[in-house]
Design a protein around this ligand. Sequence first.
Ligand code: NDP
Length: 445
Amino acid sequence: MNAYVQKVYDGLKARNAHESEFLQAAYEILSSISPVFDKHPEYERAGLLDRFVEPERTVLFRVPWVDDKGQVQVNRGYRVQFNSAIGPYKGGLRLHPSVNLSVIKFLGFEQILKNSLTGLPIGGGKGGSDFDPKGKSDNEVMRFCQSFMTELYRHIGKDVDVPAGDIGVGAREIGYLYGQYKRITGLYEGVLTGKGLTYGGSLARKEATGFGLCYFLNAMLKRNGKSVEGKRVVISGSGNVAIYACQKVTEMGGKVVAMSDSNGYIVDENGINLDVVKQIKEVERGRIREYAARVPGSVYCEGCRQIWTVKCDIALPCATQNELDLEGAKALVANGVIAVAEGANMPSTLDATGYLQENNVLFGPAKAANAGGVATSALEMSQNSQRLSWTFEEVDAKLKGIMENIFASVDAASTEYGSEGNYVVGANIAGFLKVADAMMAQGAV
Ligand code: NDP
């Protein structure tokens, strides 16, 4: 590692010793962008990396709300506004009991480079709460969202910071959050993305991350003389990203044979029946195990981590961070996997990524492969500013073009910096160069 980069990483480790997820993401990014600092010694004098690793602003707040029994509950809310060099902060809100400052910082840090890769003018941010929507009534979720927005509204705005959904935040939560923002500020503006179609949402936003993942996968396979056609595919998760990845992979001629949730996974050798998954997950908010009871010939296995032992050609981790570890990577390689593309954020541990790459598995890192969601959110912002709605086909065509451009720039950067075919290095460098250039131009801020 370049001496300056190493010094910054050591300092970061000393200051944030307990933030394991943030340090994991930072190590991956800093080690891959290290060659940029060999070429640009002027970055050190400008303290560029010292500034880049520190969020511009971190907001941490109390979220009190009243449950259905009349009992007051308190959660912790976060918004990390990491970097606004190339545009207003943009990044999702996550509601999950595992949320803490380290998780939000790792997501926000990755988001800077992801947003840069889209080629659109959006900076990086992320937020959320340790609130668990699972098992809560609609009214409880509404009261939580209203309380959360009662603090958040003062830190966001259509040209300031534009949050979106993430784990635990779908159309229902975005609706409650938007309603409260509008009520407090009196403004009808595109302050959130992922909105419903009747109040400013974009067609194809719901599908965008999963579809975009498949467009990226397809470009990566094509570049290496392969295709999705006829391949066996395993997808972890059964939420927003997983469902629409499954739909697009199937349209492209692949066969999805397994999906999961945090309790376990299903295997269906006939190919997953996505209508059944959508009914269970999107309509009933149920558990994936119910699939096996409804679809003859499928089986349910308890425990989600073993999903990587299901034989496949392509694996798409679409659930959560660190869900694919070294053991999972070894099982995939032993079964002859040819490609892994990350739908979730940082789903692979560092040693799993290394193992897959050493074994010549094509590896599409999250910040490039799952950028379709935020790219389409930026398209939603454009439509809101213009007071226009584009058709599904228009948005989908733009998304496809963006994902193909992302792959091309990642591929080119990996070659330019001497790591041809290493798309982790390519994504980090391609994303970083634009942000670095903007930060240098704007002075020491
Ligand atoms: P959802 O809440 O819609 O779905 C999450 C899925 O992952 C569910 O099936 C959930 O199962 C499962 N899951 C959550 N935690 C765990 C865990 N600890 N172990 C195993 N499975 C788990 O979220 P999304 O689909 O929106 O997000 C999935 C991933 O994609 C996240 O990493 C997110 O950051 C990333 N992402 C999402 C984007 C978007 O547009 N939505 C954009 C870019 C990235 P269960 O129901 O049991 O909790």
